[in-house]
Write a protein that binds this ligand. Structure first.
Ligand code: FMN
Length: 198
């Protein structure tokens, strides 16, 4: 029998990102599973129970539409010396492997009870809950961010308020088990830790 400690260690350490190329073509997840993921997300901690998370879920034809918006923004905001045709073209195919996209937003608490970074931190906890849940429902995905996500064009598309922050896009699909990812690594936590005892 696995102990509680082994249980949580397994859940946390087996959590992983599966990128678009690691998703199956024609991936289809039931909306009810995505609802569970969102429900689990909403059990994240938040200071004063502000619950700043807000989600916009794209599925069906809206997935293709979402990637074509990203493609358009890529063209608009990428400087000529960084622009790559293959990246632009790739946006046309992503929808084939993606079932749902959850735009994760930190919606600023209207009373501004706590610093904005706390709203953002709580939404990051909600993202981790989603990440952890993937294994339970046998689905796959990852959080995607980057310049397009933070662009004014994307803010307009998502109809964000001026104080809201886009946290990222949780891309979801079914894993293509034939695609191998290099082993996931971590810097030993001791290198990131200082113990203060007196
Ligand atoms: C805040 C945040 C932003 C991320 N943005 C991207 C991204 O834009 N593109 C990407 O490929 N992965 C992104 N990821 C996923 C990371 O690439 C991934 O977590 C990392 O490679 C470690 O892999 P693992 O999640 O399997 O442990 C992001 C993750 C986080 C937490």
């Amino acid at each position: 029998m696995t102990t509680k400690a082994e249980n949580i260690e397994n859940w946390i350490r087996n959590r992983k990102s599966t990128f678009v190329n690691g998703l199956k073509k024609g991936s289809k997840i039931d909306d009810s599973i995505v609802e569970k993921l969102l429900e689990n997300a909403s059990w994240a901690p938040s200071h004063g129970l502000v619950q700043a998370w807000n989600f916009k879920v794209f599925t069906g034809d809206a997935v293709k539409r979402f990637f074509s918006v990203q493609q358009k923004i890529y063209k608009e905001i990428t400087p000529a010396d960084k622009y790559m045709d293959f990246k632009y073209e790739a946006y046309s195919e992503k929808h084939e492997r993606v079932s749902h996209i959850i735009a994760v937003i930190a919606q600023r608490d209207k009373y501004k009870r706590f610093p904005k970074q706390e709203d953002v931190a709580s939404v990051a906890c909600a993202v981790e809950n989603m990440y952890l849940s993937l294994q339970a429902y046998d689905i796959a995905g990852y959080l995607s961010t980057g310049g397009i996500c933070y662009s004014q064009q994307m803010r307009d598309f998502l109809e964000l308020g001026t104080e809201d922050e886009p946290i990222g896009f949780f891309i979801l699909g079914e894993a293509d088990e034939s695609v191998q990812r290099p082993p996931r690594m971590r810097i030993p936590v001791a290198e990131k830790t200082e113990w203060i005892r007196e």
